[in-house]
Design a protein around this ligand. Structure first.
Ligand code: HAM
Length: 470
């Protein structure tokens, strides 16, 4: 058993000495770093942002939850390069889509290759599936990814030029249960974060069954030509399906009256869609049929969907948290085996974090066990070793080696809500002791510095067992 050497609060004389030291330090005026005259401060590019330490708990909450959910659903992680050949996305996302027409970051590299900062990751995942012969693995091959993507979008709330996506992709099965599983997994991921969602869902059939619909849609829009935006006039000529992606206000009324693709679906696609919906019903996952949802990427066929946050009043935000669908022609389009099906989803992390903040969801904070406060140079020197002993023993510890004042260090400890602070001054270094302060009661005891790690382990275990009982 460890018997502490002495249990004591600081004496009046000790307290006075501390106060005296604090007062002396206040008289010392630190130099504040001011911007150097005449030098321009570098600015962030428009649509780009720094994710600062105080926002990281939200990101960690998302990343940890997403990783464990993806793995529990049998998805394996894949990391894909940020830079790809431009052609990969032009062929798959589609030449006449907003992404390719207006939003891609492309340039020629030093070797003369036309390269692109990836605007999404599904095409990269399909490329990797082909490149690495994954068709020889048991199908479906289920992959997940997370990382930055780039679109030269008009910056506004929820729209950035660099943003992060988390995605799930399943290659090699056309079973409707796969579509449903991806929607269900996404629903539970967001639910675990505290975000209630609904999925807007539609089926866009096969490219063949869409032909007749496109003709009908174009005929309808031609009758409304003077009510639609300039972009839509172009879309009408080049790719009428994209008319339904338009976000311009004047085009929304026109869209409402547009013919619905479901009426043009082939029998197989209709049955596929019905089965997806049945699986969602069975799983109790909410969805809303959206007969005009087509999504802004060309590789989709059959199921398409978007994930929206909801509250009691209905859908919450202007922007979807995520979207996805089936892409049974994508692998073949890239030269992979004919008829390799696929289905997936991607969530925008910035939008998920934004929703967490709006909903006042508190991400879990990592608890720190011990704060180490030091007074004087010799204490600092010993402090480095003590800090390392704690770190190696698995006890989380913070310090403020950059600070001299005990008051400031105790304020730091209070902010971190640590149960204990260790105080090491000149005297303690000479005596081979250390002060342990219980932050709740303020009680202090002086203990053997050589046994501090074991002593703290015991104290923390007691707190833990009390917490578990309480
Ligand atoms: P997407 O709908 O283009 O689909 O993007 C997915 C999500 O990325 C969006 O719902 C949104 O949350 C986020 N996002 C898109 N653009 C921005 C932006 N400018 N700023 C912030 N967030 C943004 C895809 O990318 C498909 N690859 C999804 C997929 C996976 N389909 C099948 N598998």
């Amino acid at each position: 058993m460890i018997i502490p050497k002495k249990v004591s609060r600081p004496t009046k004389a000790e307290e006075e000495k501390i106060l005296e030291l604090e007062e002396a330090k206040k008289k010392f005026v630190p130099t504040v770093a001011l911007p150097t005259k005449g030098k321009k401060i570098p600015e962030l590019l428009r649509g780009f942002r720094d994710i600062l330490p105080d926002e990281q708990p939200y990101w960690d909450f998302f990343r940890d939850t997403a990783r464990s959910l993806a793995e529990s659903y049998g998805f394996e992680r894949i990391e894909l390069p940020i830079l790809e050949k431009e052609e990969l996305f032009i062929r798959t996302v589609g030449k006449q889509t907003d992404i390719v027409e207006k939003e891609i970051y492309t340039f020629e590299d030093k070797g003369g290759d036309k390269v692109i900062l990836r605007p999404e990751m599904t095409a990269s995942a399909a490329r990797a599936y082909i490149n690495h012969g994954m068709l020889n693995l048991p199908q479906p091959v289920k992959l997940w990814y997370m990382g930055p993507t780039f679109r030269y979008d008009r910056p506004q709330a929820g729209r950035y030029r660099q943003f992060n996506q988390f995605g799930l992709e399943a290659f090699g099965s056309n079973e409707p249960i796969i579509d449903a599983q991806i929607i269900v997994a996404t629903f539970y991921l967001l639910k675990s974060l505290g975000i209630e969602t609904t999925t807007r869902i539609n089926s866009i059939g096969t490219p063949d069954s869409r032909l007749a619909y496109k003709t009908e849609l174009a005929a309808y829009y031609r009758t409304k030509k003077n009510q639609i935006c300039e972009d839509c006039k172009r879309r009408l000529l080049k790719n009428p399906l994209r008319l339904l992606d338009c976000k311009a206000e004047e085009c929304q009324v026109v869209k409402e009256g547009a013919p619905q693709i479901l009426d043009w679906l082939d029998e197989d696609s209709k049955n596929h869609f019905m089965r997806v919906l049945e699986f969602l019903d069975e799983a109790g996952v909410p969805y809303t049929l959206d007969p005009h949802l087509v999504r802004g990427l060309d590789y989709y066929n059959r199921t398409v969907f978007e994930i929206w946050a909801v509250s009691d009043e209905g859908e919450r935000a202007q922007n979807a948290l995520g979207g996805g669908g089936r892409y049974d022609g994508l692998v073949e389009l890239l030269g992979g085996r004919e008829g390799t099906p696929g289905c997936g989803v991607a969530l925008g992390l910035e939008r998920v974090v934004m929703a967490m903040k709006e909903l006042k969801i508190q991400p879990p904070v990592k608890k720190i066990d011990v704060f180490f406060a030091q007074l004087g140079d010799s204490a600092r020197r010993v402090g480095l070793r003590i800090f390392e002993d704690f770190r190696q023993s698995g006890i989380s510890v913070r310090e403020a080696f950059g600070k001299g004042s005990l008051k400031t260090q105790l304020e730091n400890a209070n902010k971190l809500e640590v149960p204990f602070t260790l105080i090491l001054g000149q005297k303690e270094v000479l005596d081979g002791t250390i002060i342990v302060r219980d932050m709740e009661s303020g009680a202090q005891e002086i203990v053997d510095a050589g046994k501090i790690v074991q002593i703290m382990k015991k104290k923390l275990e007691i707190i833990k067992s009390l917490d578990n009982k309480g």
